[in-house]
Design a protein around this ligand. Structure first.
Ligand SMILES: [Fe+2]
Length: 471
């Protein structure tokens, strides 16, 4: 038995004993719902009446021995989460190996009467162990999934990367369906989860589409400009509401670190002021990562990365603050970003990067070609990354299951032959393009509109002069 405690943000209660084997060996929603109803003093009919789960469940803040399960109910009420190790639910005598009496008795309750969004932290989980979990409550049909805790050792693991999922539901859904079949230990989202972070409807769409992946795969995201919209909007607070990660960074939920096996991820808000505390934090985290494990994998993730051949180009905030040099100084193995709706992979003098922004939004074309770029493609995709002790295998996957790119990364760099010609996608589908807009692509739209007006005015002026000459 490894589940020693659980903290419930809203409310929790004790389950009756002797029902775990049935619940986990063969998942029976109605039986479980009835059990939950009895435990809560409700009638089973009420439990079966409706499914009041509005969003989720989704998994967040994966740490060495704990994990947060999140879910949002349609109306306020309690929510229960139970997790047991897979394959250990029953002992040799047919009795449940995970017994109710060994579950934590102490829980943390906020306000069940007004709470819809639940963050339930499961603590005391065993490293390297795969768990099944179930979420239930009054009016909520039991549902759940599986997750794997980070191993203590440097055993191989897999994660998927995707981003800029906003705007196009069909493509977004196809990306999620494909990525959910990869069996990844967690999913890195490079930002712009939604088209407008202020819109509750956009968030609802996001969680509805992502549900098949996120119920089984912890989400490791960074904020994008479409969540922020502008610094004073409600977009950032909505992101912070639905995203729960290690809160020790300069801005809670926006700047954080994450460790899995022999890899450290530093995830940052690309729109921070990189001359202030954010720069100090980043420098300290990179230094700490290298001090703790000099030969471990070190990844940095942010929405707008230091290199991109797409219309947004390089992150000038990073460049102006000298962050590029910081990344090289601490031998960051790979910088992962999005923002430009493309796939790109390169190495600029030791600054190795991947841009993965092809998760659903309209594709961009190459507008600022980098000599350091090895592969560029305007195609929807996700990236699968298999991490081993001394090498990393990257596969960028198209929606039809074919490989867009395949590469091996070692601590010394990509295995590609240096100077290999840059591959470009043969059939780019271009629907829009960005610019150096810091907060929103709307700025580029205005810029283009202004250009159009200028061209039209010039043409009218020329026509007017021609008519005068003709008189
Ligand atoms: Fe963006």
């Amino acid at each position: 038995m490894t589940l020693t405690s659980a903290t419930f943000r809203c409310v929790a209660w004790s389950l009756p004993e002797g029902t775990w084997a049935e619940m986990f060996s063969e998942f029976r929603p109605r039986a479980f719902a009835g059990m939950m109803a009895v435990a809560m003093g409700l009638t089973p009919a009420l439990v079966h009446a409706d499914d009041l789960l509005r969003k989720g469940p989704w998994l967040m803040d994966l740490r060495a021995t704990s994990l947060v399960v999140m879910a949002e109910r349609a109306v306020s009420g309690p929510l229960r989460v139970v997790a047991v190790p897979l394959g250990a639910a029953m002992d040799s005598g047919g009795e449940p190996a995970v017994h109710a009496s060994s579950l934590p008795a102490e829980v943390s309750v906020t306000d069940a009467a007004v709470c819809r969004l639940h963050e339930v932290r499961l603590e005391g989980l065993s490293p390297g162990t795969r768990y099944r979990y179930v979420v239930a409550g009054p009016g909520v049909l039991p549902t759940g999934g599986v997750f794997t805790m980070p191993p203590n050792t440097d055993v191989p693991f897999r994660f998927v990367v995707y981003g800029d999922t906003r705007s196009e539901r069909v493509t977004h859904r196809a990306i999620i369906e494909a990525a959910s079949r990869e069996g990844a230990d967690f999913a890195v989202h490079t930002g712009d989860l939604v088209a407008d972070g202020r819109s509750e409807r956009a968030w609802q769409d996001f969680f509805s589409i992502e549900e098949p992946l996120l119920r089984n795969t912890p989400l490791v995201p960074v904020i994008g400009n479409h969540e922020i919209v502008h610094p004073l909007s409600s977009g950032t607070s909505n992101f912070q509401r639905y995203i729960h990660v290690d809160p020790t960074g300069p801005t809670p939920e926006l700047d954080y670190t994450f460790r899995f096996a022999n890899a450290r991820f530093v995830l940052a808000n690309a729109y921070d002021d990189w001359t202030g505390p954010a720069r100090t934090w980043l420098s300290n985290e990179l230094s700490r990562a290298r001090w703790e494990a000099p030969d471990a994998w070190l990844f940095v993730v942010m929405h707008w990365g230091p290199r991109s051949s797409g219309p947004h180009g390089d992150n000038y905030l990073f460049h102006d603050a000298g962050i590029d040099q910081l990344l090289k100084q601490y031998r960051v193995d790979l910088v992962i970003s999005g923002h430009d709706h493309e796939y790109e992979r390169g190495d600029d003098g030791g600054l190795r990067y991947v841009v993965s922004g092809g998760g659903g939004a309209g594709l961009y074309r190459r507008m600022h070609p980098h000599a350091s770029s090895r592969v560029f493609a305007s195609e929807h995709h996700y990236v699968r990354i298999d991490v081993e002790r001394d090498k990393l295998t990257l596969s960028a996957m198209r929606l039809d299951g074919t490989e867009l790119d395949h590469a091996i990364l070692r601590h010394t760099g990509w295995d590609d032959t240096p100077g290999r010609p840059c591959h470009d996608s043969a059939r780019p589908r271009l629907t829009s393009a960005g610019g150096d807009a810091r907060w929103s692509d709307a700025a580029l739209g205005l810029s283009r509109m202004a250009s159009g007006v200028l061209v039209a005015a010039t043409a009218l002026l020329a026509l007017f002069r021609l008519r005068r000459l003709a008189r």
